[in-house]
Write a protein that binds this ligand. Structure first.
Ligand code: OSB
Ligand code: MG
Length: 369
């Protein structure tokens, strides 16, 4: 396969409701799609980041420069020999920029798999044709507002609730949800790095509520702190931001810094590294689940394929299109009986609807021609 052209399409897609985390509030998903043209056909992928480096160090503008000036030239230099598997080694000399690397590798994997007529699910080794769906619930202004939101998601059929937490919005919110919806509700929390080890005693207050896990309580580079915290709280610690590679995952597991891992392909440089983390976790007895970045159908489709691997034993943040968008860019993903079907068409199995894309496009730039 040979890269013929690469186009970046900036999008701003309104969210159905504001989504507040410990690091900020989003009302619109502002990101870009990458369309890669090859001699074997097109591939598409969605950048997982935002305009601001608040979840991780990368952001839209940093990724555009990394792709244009460093990543695409290295992969295009492979000439006729481009495959998705060769992207990782080709961009390995470039430090960091994993979200940018992921969007390029994913678009090329999409093109490559479409040329074979093979789905992401088959390629990655999926063993299910539908995956259980959870939902990530943002920080709200009041407990009644939170309870109404959770009630709505449970009525939709979501099988697991994740509450975003931060200091001042944690034990009370969890208690209210647990007391209202009962002990059988699968419930977990995500702090996005908002606490420090000195909060251990406070976080121990969460132990009374039967949570599946506490996701990323401490800073991303605080592996030792997470290992310490693991000894002080009973609720399993899950890492998100801290895991950027299979090597990180091996280190975190060896240190006892986590008992569960949230795998987001973008955060680790792509689906091939995500699969390596899955395999490593299974071998170490660590359950994994698939996280999300409020992706449109373009990014969600491949996440659903990954979530169908055998080690994904907890429901993911792979929610239906309607949880995020009034109009998705692809055929909407729908919740049926708390599950979402794993796409089985070639590549990601979805196509971008030109009219939907046109409504949210704010710019187009050729990164390679
Ligand atoms: O930390 O998991 C996170 C959304 C944006 C950035 C980071 C996170 C999230 C979510 C929602 O929790 C995931 C989703 O529903 O796509
Ligand atoms: Mg998270």
């Amino acid at each position: 396969m040979r890269i013929e052209n690469v186009e970046l399409i900036s999008i701003e897609v309104p969210l159905v409701g504001a989504f507040r985390t410990s690091f900020g509030t989003d009302t619109v998903r502002s990101t870009f799609l990458l369309r890669v043209g090859t001699d074997e056909g097109e591939g598409w992928a969605e950048f997982a980041g935002d305009p601001d480096p608040l979840y991780c160090a990368e952001f839209n503008a940093s990724a555009e420069l990394a792709l244009r000036d460093h990543l695409i030239p290295r992969v295009a230099a492979l000439g006729d020999g481009v495959t998705a598997a060769k992207v990782g080694p080709a961009v390995q000399p470039v430090k960091g920029h994993r979200l940018a690397k992921a969007v390029l590798e994913t678009a090329l994997l999409d093109a490559e798999l479409r040329s074979y007529g093979m789905s992401f699910a088959t390629h990655l080794g999926s063993v299910k044709d539908r995956v259980p769906s959870g939902v990530s619930v943002g920080i709200m202004d009041s407990i009644p507002e939170l309870l109404a939101a959770v009630e709505g998601y449970l009525a939709d059929g979501y099988l697991r609730i994740k509450l975003k937490i931060e200091p001042g919005w944690d034990v009370e919110a969890v208690r209210a949800v647990r007391e209202t919806f009962g002990d059988d509700l699968l419930l977990q929390v995500d702090a996005n790095c908002a606490y420090s080890l000195t909060d251990a005693e406070h976080l121990r207050g969460l132990d009374d509520y039967g949570l599946l896990l506490i996701e990323q309580p401490l800073e991303e580079d605080e592996l030792r702190g997470h290992a310490e915290l693991s000894k002080l709280v009973r609720t399993p610690i899950c890492l998100d931001e801290s895991i950027t590679s299979a090597r990180d995952a091996a280190t975190a597991i060896a240190l006892g810094a986590c008992r569960v891992i949230n795998i987001k392909p973008a955060r680790v440089g792509g689906y091939l590294e995500a699969r390596r983390i899955h395999d490593l976790s299974v071998a170490n007895g660590i359950p994994v689940w698939c996280g999300g970045m409020l992706e449109t159908g373009v990014g969600r489709s491949a996440n659903l394929a990954l979530a169908a691997l055998p080690g994904f034993v907890l429901p993911g943040d792979t929610s239906a299109s309607a949880r995020y968008y009034a109009e998705d860019l692809t055929e909407p993903f729908v919740l049926e009986d708390g599950h979402i079907a794993v796409p089985d068409g070639p590549g990601t199995g979805v196509t971008v609807r030109p009219d939907s894309l046109a409504k949210v496009t704010t710019g187009r730039r050729e990164l390679y021609a």
